[in-house]
Design a binder for this molecule. Structure first.
Ligand code: C2E
Ligand code: CA
Ligand code: CA
Length: 933
């Protein structure tokens, strides 16, 4: 088992085990060792004691046997002829027994007896007192022990040689392996030795008995260690002889054997105790460390994000409690991680895709996996089509595929959702809400609905369906709301993207595709034509004089005109055509697959016509027209850029050619047209190099037929492109701030020309100079006019300035003051392009304007449409009522002239009389007219 193998790998396990062993075994071992030493010691001591006791007993035994022998001998002395039984007793104690009378005669009772030598006085004294006396006769090996007694009856001396075998007793009676030696202290002779004892030991004991007596001591003989005890048996009192020293010896090895018996039993017991200690400690350690190990393992797995880890500790102790807490924790963590993981995955998807449906499908999958719902549905409301909702449904109980159904959401239902967008439970049996039906259809009995809210608006509903009554914790609610938030984010980012796309590709004002989308559409059209053949036309539409409306009426009215323009253009097209707004008053139309170039012209003219109709906005009436340039694919370009640019060029042509017309692009135009960008650079040089010149167009007094005046029109003689018309470079000059410089040059040139003509003798003809609104922003204009006229020596009254209504309403300018100063100098003021912007009579009254110039667009309509004639008639009538002269511009035909005459127009200007002429030509023209007149 893995657990067992791992058991001792832990450091703690090893330490606890060691500690356990030390604490259990060490005291035991110390006690055991101490007691072992003690027991051994006791053993040795008791051995010595036993030896001492044995030697004492032995000594007393010898003593008693000697007493007994003396008793027998006394009896024998009293009663010499005793029974045979007594004889036997005597025989057992003595070798020889007999009497010696006073004369030295020997009478043996037993064995043969020798007479003793002469007894000393002390001995005789003892015998006389009837006390036994022991005489020792030293002999090699063993001494002879003789017992002497004085017989009371006869006075004879009884002598008995004590049988040594009797006296020293049976060796077998001694303790095991014990040997004994008896030494007579006073005689210093060895009386008996059961086994030989080394002479030196005997000698040293004999010589100093007090050192050995009653003591235990060791010695060695023939390599065998011996232990001996000496017992001193007192013999003086009873037997009249010195103490006998009983030396009792035992080999050390004998006692060691006894000790080794102790070892034999002690060691197994000690080992057994150790074993028990080990087993007990293992058991105890396991009961502590196995749960700890399991908990640690569980924690490791949790750390590795394996939340399925459960710790299986079933005890009722703290470990069990800890394990249960751990399991709860890891389950909770597991769920939280799963939720976080799912949310993160959803977030990644939201970031990477704008496909709300894909996100919703993932959310359904993940919600089903993380929360214990039987099915999950997400209903999405469509902001553009709010009563039609889509519901996606999936989950454990749904089919493997996530399905989608469409529902009709009633207004009441949407209102109810919006009124209380809180989550809550609904029993499905009686549920009416359409968004709950798909869940109910799957056989669910309860639903938990979480509305999806974005910017305070309900944009969907997340529904969790349950077959039975579910347990949904506070945590679950929080998570469900988190998932709902993701749905909201997905929806909002899709909406936002849609908005961004709209902003990036559509014009905010008109809702038409912008330049970006136009290019895209053109490129697609190119691709389509390259694939399928065919071609298409690009119409570049620019409103004529739109600037005037913006300037005079303000932007809000201008914006409404542009919207109206957009819808009028769209009204002229098929659904398959594209109309886009490039910005300002520029529109581009793609006409796919035109049958014939003529069709394109027809459409273009239709647009021009539609845009020439009066724009009625609130109580303002505005008149506009449009210039249209047309480029064809593939003839006029193979890229969106080229086609748009060429159509633009053609449009400029249309403007230059008198506006309100459709002009096809021709390659030749490009060679004559200068790119706007390079124009800027070149224009600066043009002033310095004298490439600018003025042409003069006469204005004819219709009453007298005289040349009333000449309009100075600017020309740029470009070294490469030839004559560049002012519509192409004056806006640039205005934009880049050259117009003041150019304006000053025009005045100087005009005055110089007036002077030259006068010198030539030409009748004084007034010259009208076009002044751009920018020139009115400073006071310089007045001083320039004054300076130029005085320099050339011409009266200011020969000058006229042509301004547009824009000058009058320019909030940055001080038109009124400048105009008055000019008027004071005698300079006349004419209002150019009248009728195109909002033509306010109030301005005419307020400002010192002397002349009104009716815009060419109206002159053009004369004889062709009644509207134009009516407008021209009313302008003339009103202006003259205010005391202003009226000039009609762009008169090209006799018919137009006739109508103007009929309407009592004061003056006329146009190709009918003359093109704008160079100064010399103009002089000729004047002279010619004079002659004619
Ligand atoms: P505008 O002031 O309305 O000038 C009249 C334009 O009508 C001139 O175009 C003239 O050539 C053209 N025109 C005259 N009679 C007829 C006709 O019978 N039929 C047709 N279709 N057109 C006719 P141009 O010279 O190309 O000038 C265009 C515009 O450039 C002028 O319009 C004026 O706004 C501006 N412009 C011209 N010269 C100057 C200048 O010296 N200073 C400023 N600030 N602007 C100028
Ligand atoms: Ca003019
Ligand atoms: Ca004009």
């Amino acid at each position: 088992m893995i657990r067992k193998r791992r058991f001792f790998t832990g450091r703690v396990a090893r330490q606890v085990f060691l500690l356990f062993i030390l604490s259990a075994f060490l005291p035991f071992a110390v006690i055991a060792a101490l007691s072992y030493v003690q027991i051994r010691q006791l053993h040795i001591q008791s051995g010595q004691q036993r030896l001492a006791v044995a030697s004492k007993q032995y000594g007393m035994g010898v003593y008693e046997r000697l007493l007994s022998a003396a008793e027998i001998a006394r009896n024998a002395a009293e009663f010499p002829d005793r029974s045979s039984r007594f004889r036997k007793l005597a025989q057992s104690r003595f070798r020889a027994l007999g009497f010696v009378d006073a004369k030295g005669g020997v009478r043996s009772l037993l064995g043969s007896i020798e007479a003793p030598g002469v007894l000393d006085a002390a001995a005789s004294e003892r015998l006389a007192q009837d006390k036994p006396l022991v005489l020792i006769t030293p002999k090699e090996g063993a001494a002879r022990i003789r017992l002497l007694l004085r017989s009371d009856a006869s006075g004879d001396l009884l002598i008995g040689d004590v049988d040594p075998e009797y006296l020293w007793g049976d060796v077998d009676q001694l303790p095991a392996a014990t040997e004994v030696c008896v030494i007579a202290e006073t005689l210093r002779s060895v009386l008996h030795c059961s086994a030989p004892m080394p002479q030196h030991m005997l000698v040293s004991i004999r010589n100093s008995p007090s050192e050995y007596t009653f003591k235990s001591f060791g010695w060695t003989t023939e390599g065998i260690a011996q232990q001996s005890v000496v017992w001193a048996e007192f013999m003086g009192g009873e037997f009249g002889t010195g103490d006998w020293l009983i030396v009792m010896s035992q080999p050390e090895s004998y006692r060691a054997r006894v000790a080794s018996e102790l070892d034999d039993f002690f060691l197994p017991v000690a080992l057994l105790a150790l074993l028990i200690a080990v087993l007990l400690s293992l058991r105890q350690i396991r009961s502590i460390l196995v749960p700890v190990e399991q908990l640690a393992g569980g924690a490791r797995r949790v750390a590795q994000r394996d939340f399925s880890a459960r710790v299986d500790v079933r005890t009722d102790d703290e470990f069990g409690e800890l394990a249960r807490a751990f399991n709860t924790m890891s389950e909770g963590l597991g769920r939280q991680f799963a939720v976080l993981g799912a949310l993160a995955e959803i977030d990644r998807l939201i970031l990477s895709t704008l496909d709300t449906e894909q996100v919703v499908r993932l959310i359904i999958e993940r919600v089903g996996g993380v929360l214990s719902a039987d099915c999950v549905s997400v209903t999405l409301l469509d902001p553009d089509n709010p009563d039609l909702a889509r519901t996606y449904i999936g989950g454990a109980q749904a089919a493997a595929e996530i399905g989608m159904t469409r529902q009709q959401l009633s207004l009441a239902e949407r209102r109810a959702l919006q009124a209380s967008p809180e989550s809550g439970w609904t029993p499905l049996a009686a549920a009416e809400q359409a968004y709950l039906q798909p869940v109910r259809d799957l056989g669910m009995s309860m639903a938990y609905a979480q509305p999806v809210v974005w910017r305070n608006a309900v944009c969907g509903v997340l529904v969790l369906g349950y077959q039975t009554s579910p347990v949904v914790t506070e945590d679950d609610r929080k998570q469900i709301s988190d998932f709902a938030d993701r749905v909201a984010v997905a929806i909002s980012s899709a909406w936002r993207d849609e908005q961004l796309y709209q902003q990036a590709h559509y014009d905010a004002l008109t809702g038409l595709p912008n330049r970006l989308l136009l290019k895209d559409r053109v490129n697609r059209e190119i691709a389509r034509c390259q694939r399928a053949g065919g071609g298409f036309a690009l119409l570049f539409i620019d409103l004529d004089h739109f600037k005037n409306i913006n300037d005079t009426q303000g932007h809000s009215l201008g914006d409404r005109v542009l919207k109206e323009t957009a819808s009028r253009i769209a009204g002229c097209l098929r659904a398959s055509d594209t109309v886009s707004r490039l910005g300002g008053d520029e529109f581009v139309v793609i006409l796919s697959n035109p049958q014939h170039p003529k069709d394109v012209r027809a459409v273009g003219e239709h647009i021009v016509h539609k845009l020439s109709e009066v724009f009625q906005i609130d109580d303002h009436s505005c008149f506009l027209s449009a210039s249209i340039g047309v480029a064809f694919f593939p003839q006029d370009g193979d890229s969106a850029e080229t086609l748009i640019r060429n159509a633009d060029t053609a449009m400029y042509r249309a403007k230059a050619g008198g506006r309100a017309q459709v002009v096809y692009f021709e390659e030749a135009m490009n060679t004559k047209t200068v790119e706007r960008v390079s124009l800027d650079r070149e224009l600066r040089r043009a002033i310095e190099r004298g490439e600018l010149e003025l042409h003069y167009q006469p204005q004819i007094n219709l009453a007298t037929g005289e040349i009333q005046c000449a309009e100075a029109l600017l020309r740029w003689r470009h070294p490469v492109f030839g004559i560049v018309p002012p519509v192409q470079f004056i806006p640039i000059a205005e934009e880049f701030g050259y117009i003041e410089l150019i304006g000053e040059w025009i005045f100087r040139e005009t005055c110089a020309q007036l002077k030259a003509w006068r010198a030539e003798g030409l009748p004084p003809t007034r010259v009208a100079v076009n002044v751009s609104p920018r020139q009115f922003r400073t006071d310089k204009l007045v001083s320039i006019v004054r300076e130029c006229t005085s320099l050339a020596g011409v009266p200011p009254a020969l000058l006229e300035v042509e301004i547009t209504e824009g000058v009058l309403v320019d909030p940055r300018g001080n038109a009124e003051k400048v105009l008055r100063q000019l008027a004071e100098m005698g300079v006349e003021v004419s209002l150019d392009d009248f009728g195109t912007g909002f033509s306010s009579m109030a301005y005419l009254k307020r400002f010192p304007v002397h002349k009104i110039k009716i815009d060419r667009a109206f002159t053009e309509g004369l004889g062709r449409d009644k509207d134009s004639e009516a407008i021209v008639a009313s302008i003339i009538a009103m202006s003259q009522a205010l005391g202003k002269a009226v000039v009609a511009e762009g008169v090209e035909t006799a018919e137009q002239l006739a109508i103007l005459r009929k309407l009592r127009c004061n003056q006329a200007q146009g190709f009918y009389f003359s093109y704008p002429l160079r100064a010399a030509e103009f002089a000729e023209f004047v002279k010619g007219r004079r002659k004619a007149a």
